[in-house]
Design a binder for this molecule. Structure first.
Ligand SMILES: NC(=O)c1ccc[n+]([C@@H]2O[C@H](COP(=O)([O-])OP(=O)(O)OC[C@H]3O[C@@H](n4cnc5c(N)ncnc54)[C@H](OP(=O)(O)O)[C@@H]3O)[C@@H](O)[C@H]2O)c1
Length: 320
């Protein structure tokens, strides 16, 4: 057979097998998500210290509680000192044997915060880094409606924090030949998402970054996990009341974190929640990214209108 025919044969095989392999991996992930009833012993597998960004609310706060339950010491990084102190007190009350370190940081201010974090982490052997911090606009917005600071805050928080903190710990993990990095992407990485343009672009960055990092460092014993959930009922998605009506598919952060943490060390790439695997399956039935993008645009217009209706009602209530 000529080389040209061999190329064509493998391209055709790739076209046929690619979707099948993708489907099988999806199915495997679904069953891991559905069936794993206990997280692995994270302390035994990775070490004593976990660092969690954006840990005073939502998913990050639930991760911190679950990691503490596994008797891990925790570095808490977030922007509000009162909420940080409250989270620390809450942890220490339930788990008096663990150590906690607080780092008050506003990631929106960009690169300069890393020097302070570096000083705090100087003697901490970081076993697990959860790059959780992330923001979205107050409601689904057209690009031109975003303020200049909205733009840079999203880049600094959603991309800059993950990139810099990973850079801070990767070499010590490599030296020890052990460690885990958990990066919070989002299902919005599956397509360009109008009305959440910068957010979804920041999340595809997290996907590509995570996948590249895994290739570079898995042979050094480092696990890189990328989580891509659909909606979770946290303050981030306050813009629409529709989410609370779909509560099976929009879990509370405690339910989500409990499921997602069980996948650490078992799945490198997952939504983290079996019902979100089902949503992902149906979303991928829409054949191209551009079509998914159009559907996403329509759905975001609904959420946007919901936000305006809600706020109109609130404004009227205040007036009366
Ligand atoms: N919720 C969802 O539907 C959803 C879906 C897919 C992916 N995700 C991703 O999951 C991650 C967590 O989301 P979430 O819903 O749990 O968010 P959340 O409830 O809004 O909590 C975000 C956390 O980050 C902190 N934070 C915000 N801005 C910060 C800044 N500039 N510097 C330092 N800390 C800051 C917040 O502190 P304060 O307590 O002071 O606000 C809070 O602790 C994000 O990366 C998000 O993109 C969320």
């Amino acid at each position: 057979m000529s080389a040209r025919l061999v190329d064509i044969f493998f391209i055709l095989m790739g076209l046929a097998l690619g979707p099948i392999l993708k489907f099988l991996y999806g199915l495997y992930g679904f069953f891991i998500n559905l069936l794993s009833y206990k997280p692995i012993d994270l302390k035994a597998r990775f070490g004593n210290w976990a660092v969690v960004t954006g840990c005073t609310d939502g998913i990050g706060k639930e991760y911190v509680k679950l990691l503490a339950k596994q008797k891990m010491n925790i570095v808490l990084i977030s922007r509000n000192i009162d909420k940080l102190n409250a989270t620390k007190a809450e942890l220490e009350k339930i788990y008096p044997d663990i150590e906690t370190i607080i780092i008050k940081t506003d990631f929106s201010t960009g690169r300069k915060v890393i020097d302070d974090i570096r000083v705090h982490l100087k003697d901490v052997p970081v076993a697990i880094l959860v790059n959780n911090v992330g923001v979205i606009t107050e409601y689904p917005m057209y690009f031109g409606e975003m303020s200049e600071s909205d733009l840079w805050d999203t880049i600094n928080i959603n991309i800059g924090a993950t990139m810099s903190l990973t850079h801070l710990v990767i070499n010590q993990m490599k030296k020890r030949g052990n460690g885990a990095i958990v990066n919070l992407s989002s299902a919005s990485e599956m397509m360009p998402l109008p009305l959440m343009s910068i957010y979804s672009a920041s999340k595809i960055f997290i996907r590509y970054f995570s996948d590249s990092l895994r290739e570079e460092y898995s042979s050094h014993g480092i696990t890189v996990q990328c989580l891509s959930p659909f909606y979770i009922n946290t303050k981030m998605i306050n813009f629409s009341k529709k989410f609370s009506k779909a509560y099976y598919f929009v879990p509370d952060p405690e339910t989500y974190a409990r499921h997602a943490l069980k996948t650490l060390g078992r799945l490198n790439s997952t939504t983290g929640f079996w019902l979100h695997d089902i949503l992902k399956f149906f979303s991928l039935m829409i054949p191209t990214r551009m079509l998914r993008s159009k559907v996403g645009f329509l759905i975001n217009k609904i959420y946007r209108n919901d936000y305006f209706n809600l706020h109109e009602k609130q404004t009227q209530a205040w007036k009366s």
